[in-house]
Design a protein around this ligand. Structure first.
Ligand code: CU
Length: 154
């Protein structure tokens, strides 16, 4: 009887150990992914060497603020956060250091407002997709496939 009990205890410990190991592994995989949703991710491709504009909707699906601080992707030499503003009737672009999104809220990147300004490394073709990773202040990231559209992309 005593022997059987010890056996059960050990078995319990082994299961607990396995369970903890699995928890640890899943945290390792998911800890670096920001709790956000990226919808309608698209790029506006202009002719020549002009930088592209990146648009999307970013939703905070977590329970604390997220702070977007930058972006990068394998097809780009440089990506900056920009905002178009109308100043005295003139359209002007300004650099943005960070954008904070509160839990459950969203921020829209669209023509005339926030956008990614993207300098490409390689030629890109309309209707292809290319991955872009958004970078947050806490070091977490989220990657989405951005669909490449022509100059009329809105
Ligand atoms: Cu810009």
């Amino acid at each position: 009887m005593a022997k059987a009990r010890v056996f059960h205890l050990n078995k319990g410990l082994v299961s607990l150990g396995l369970f903890l190991a699995m928890c640890w592994m899943s945290t390792q995989v998911y800890a670096d992914i920001a709790p956000v949703k990226i919808d309608n991710a698209r790029l506006r491709l202009l002719a020549g060497g002009l930088p592209l504009a990146g648009y999307f909707t970013l939703t905070n699906t977590g329970d604390r603020d997220v702070r977007l601080v930058g972006a990068y992707g394998p097809a780009f030499r440089r990506i900056m956060l920009h905002q178009s503003k109308s100043v005295n009737g003139m359209e002007k672009m300004v650099m943005v250091k960070a954008i904070t999104v509160k839990p459950g809220e969203k921020v829209v990147f669209a023509p005339g407002g926030y956008h990614l300004m993207m300098w490409r490394l390689e030629p890109l073709k309309v209707d292809q997709t290319t991955p872009v990773t958004l970078k947050f202040a806490d070091g977490k990231t989220k990657t989405a496939a951005f669909r490449i559209g022509g100059p009329a992309t809105e």
